[in-house]
Design a protein around this ligand. Structure first.
Ligand SMILES: *[C@@H]1O[C@H](CO)[C@@H](O)[C@H](O)[C@H]1NC(C)=O
Ligand SMILES: *[C@@H]1O[C@H](CO)[C@@H](O)[C@H](O)[C@H]1NC(C)=O
Length: 599
């Protein structure tokens, strides 16, 4: 054998001495690190040595007998792991894949039956791309039942995690939001927002409570308590509840909120429990407060006439393109509120064309010929625009309630300004109205001013709790400028300590307020407790919106085939915020079940 070849061969063979020198052993002809189980691609001392250098700092200290022992122990552990791996056949991967795909299906709110379609596609692609693996893809079970079962498992796992998380809460709040859709079963979504000892926030969907006309606030109340007891919440840590202010929620005598408060204070008479009516449903808000149904009715009816029938819609498009107008009317049925604003705006812009088109169709919209009606429409366009801007602001994720409060306060001040300006006949911040308003239009301006005042009233009423909490909010936001004499006695001493702590003061300048409180640590238990309460309050309706958009997607589908349980599972998976289902554990569980059954 030539010398060179010999070296080459040696260089490619695993050397027993590498075991102790570099903590490596050979598995299936490849060198594998005993410490991190990583395989090194090239069987060469240089590569192996280089890999070992990652661990050298920690493992160089083992010498002599100790090193031998360490190596043997690690080798044993690896062997155990290996034997587990060899048992792990392709079926585990197939099961895992079905979990991941089911997760995608739920997250996108697709029907369970989509699984079969996805599989068909995968197998087709596999036939072309890797025909030898086709069977592996074909073995992934994605039948309707499997998908339903997988989603159930995923939801169950998330539920367990949430329950664990709830144990760590030092403060929590809940939110209840009713889906406003009338043409289907109304659902009440229950959400929880909790804060743990390190002031980390968890905000998650809890459960859907179905509602019928016969559902009483008593029923809702017991479902609610049931759901939260199942999560094993500690009621002495409850801080607040947010609702949309519907009568069955906030009724003085029998409302859900009153009952809840009674329950909590019965166990703990000194416990404060705040009640927010802060979930804005703009349809309701505008409908009830602005009383401009005569506008909305005409718009919706007309848009539906044009859009609902394919023929009308195509003709309308053709009609517009003759006039070289390229954007047609958006659908109004796709809405929650945001796109309703867009419909109004578009309707206003196209009003001349719409009027002409409807006349041609023999269905004239007389309202469009009335200047007064058009002005009202213009006013509505502007108001919905303003509300949409507000809504977008308070919809973002991860907000603290004080930011929500800031947005609302700003809006209330704007309402103030607008009312004053309108009373002076100046629609400065109502550009659409401005475009159709005539000078000396005093009566109209007064009318609009009244509407704005009505809105202001509604806001003040709804957000009353914010003014009650103003002191707390201001302490929370500006702990360094608050005066110790103005805060509750139990906080006073800690507040002074805090204000004189320069390192905390520096911290305050550089991080957001929610993060700042995480730095207080165990030296400030009272202030931490105080902050945890404020942090637990719902700062946005992001989660509610998200949850109901999941439900709305479903509406159009064959909802009747979906059980309440399934809907809950889908919601849990689709709206999960920070929780991630542990798919590997689920696969493991499945395997144990299967082998258990075989024995
Ligand atoms: C929507 O409805 C279909 C039909 O039953 C169902 O399979 C699917 O999972 C539903 N999705 C949601 C989000 O409810
Ligand atoms: C300032 O606050 C930090 C964080 O709680 C604490 O660790 C530190 O001891 C405080 N410094 C003084 C001087 O109290």
């Amino acid at each position: 054998m030539s010398k060179k070849r010999k070296i080459d061969l040696e260089g490619r063979m695993f050397q027993e001495k590498w075991k102790e020198t570099y903590f490596f052993c050979e598995v299936n002809g490849r060198p594998v690190c005993l410490i991190c189980s990583q395989a090194v691609a090239v069987q060469k001392e240089y590569n192996i040595k280089r890999h070992y250098e990652i661990h050298a700092e920690k493992y160089d200290k083992y010498t002599g007998q100790l090193r031998t022992e360490k190596v043997n122990n690690l080798a044993l552990a690896l062997k155990k792991k290996q034997s587990m791996f060899t048992k792990r056949t392709g079926t585990d991967e197939a099961v895992k894949a079905s979990y991941l795909i089911a997760n995608e299906i739920a997250a996108a709110s697709k029907p369970f039956s989509e699984g079969e379609f996805v599989k068909k596609c995968m197998v087709k692609a596999a036939e072309l791309v890797c025909p030898e693996k086709k069977q592996a893809f074909a073995s992934i079970s994605l039948s309707r039942n499997t998908v339903a079962e997988r989603i159930e498992d995923l939801a169950g796992d998330l539920n367990r995690q949430l329950k664990d998380k709830v144990k760590s809460f030092i403060a929590f709040s809940i939110a209840l939001d009713e889906s406003t859709d009338i043409n289907d079963v109304a659902q009440l979504g229950l959400f929880i927002r909790g804060v743990d000892g390190s002031l980390n926030i968890t905000e998650e969907f809890v459960e859907l409570v179905p509602m019928t006309d016969r559902t009483t606030s008593n029923d809702i109340y017991s479902s609610l308590i049931g759901a939260l007891d199942r999560l094993e919440v500690d009621w002495s840590r409850a801080v607040s509840v947010a609702t949309d202010g519907a009568p069955c929620m906030v009724g003085k005598k029998a409302g859900v909120v009153t009952k809840l408060k009674e329950k909590i204070q019965k166990e703990n008479p000194t416990q404060e429990f705040w009640n927010f009516h802060c979930i804005l449903h703009q349809e309701a808000l505008c409908g009830k407060t602005l009383k401009m149904d005569n506008i909305m009715d005409v718009v919706i009816k007309t848009v539906n006439f044009i859009r609902a029938k394919g023929l009308n819609h195509r003709q309308f498009e053709a009609f517009l393109s003759e006039k070289t107008i390229s954007h047609s009317l958006p659908y109004h049925t796709e809405v929650r509120w945001l796109s309703r604003g867009a419909v109004l705006k578009r309707f206003f812009q196209l009003r001349a064309e719409i009027s002409q088109f409807m006349k041609d169709k023999g269905k004239p919209v007389t309202a469009l010929d009335e200047p007064q009606w058009v002005r009202d429409l213009a006013f509505m366009v502007d108001v919905t625009e303003h509300l949409n801007v507000l809504n977008t602001k308070i919809q973002g994720r991860n907000k603290v309630v004080t930011e929500y409060y800031d947005c609302i306060r700003a809006f209330e001040m704007k309402l103030d300004l607008w009312a004053t300006q309108l009373s002076q006949g100046n629609p400065a911040h109502f550009p659409t109205l401005k475009s159709v308003h005539t000078a000396h239009d005093k009566d109209n301006m007064d009318k609009y001013k009244e509407k704005i005042l009505g809105l202001q009233n509604e806001f003040q009423h709804r957000f009353q709790v914010f003014s009650e909490l103003e002191k707390e909010f201001s302490l929370f936001r500006s702990p360094f400028t608050a005066s110790a004499t103005d805060v509750p006695e139990e906080l006073q001493l800690e507040l002074i300590e805090l204000q004189c702590n320069t390192s905390l003061k520096d911290k305050f300048a550089t991080v957001t307020v929610d993060i700042f409180y995480q730095h207080l640590g165990p030296t400030f238990p009272k202030m931490t407790g105080f902050a945890s309460k404020i942090l637990s309050m719902f700062g946005t309706t992001y989660l509610c919106e998200q949850a109901f958009s999941v439900m709305n997607i479903n509406k159009s589908n064959l909802r009747s085939r979906l059980t309440h349980r399934h809907l809950n599972d889908i919601m849990r998976v689709a709206t999960a915020q920070k929780l991630v289902a542990d798919v590997d554990a689920l696969v493991e569980e499945k395997r144990c079940q299967v082998s258990g059954r075989r024995n």
